[in-house]
Design a protein. Sequence first.
Length: 142
Amino acid sequence: MNTPMIYNGYSAIIEFDNECESFRGEVLDINDTITFYANSAEKLKEAMKDAIDDYLEHCAEIGKTPEKPYSGKISVRMATNLHKLAANAATMRGKSINSFIIECIEKEIFGKKHISPKSKQNTQFFCEKKISSLDEYKNVHG
């Protein structure tokens, strides 16, 4: 398993470069290219830090906003019916649709079961596609 290195919110993937006989790192998830090389793990960490710090300094010098890997905002397209079901499921739990979707994503990624503080009902049934309509929801949960 290849675990990315992380520094200051940036992640980098590391590979061994046979041609240079050293480790090569490349920062992920931004359009700008940031690469760094080193011969040991300790030096690789330092090289990543230096490369990212240099990138941030260069951006400041030229008046450019540095790219960040993720903004925390996404636009999701879905079928109208699914949008309606998600909105209704969120409302029934006293949540915003945004909070409901975040909980479903967290559940999928981390395996968490989220409990709404208002309704104390588990959102797992929607996240696992066990309930496909509000009628089924009402039949199961009254």
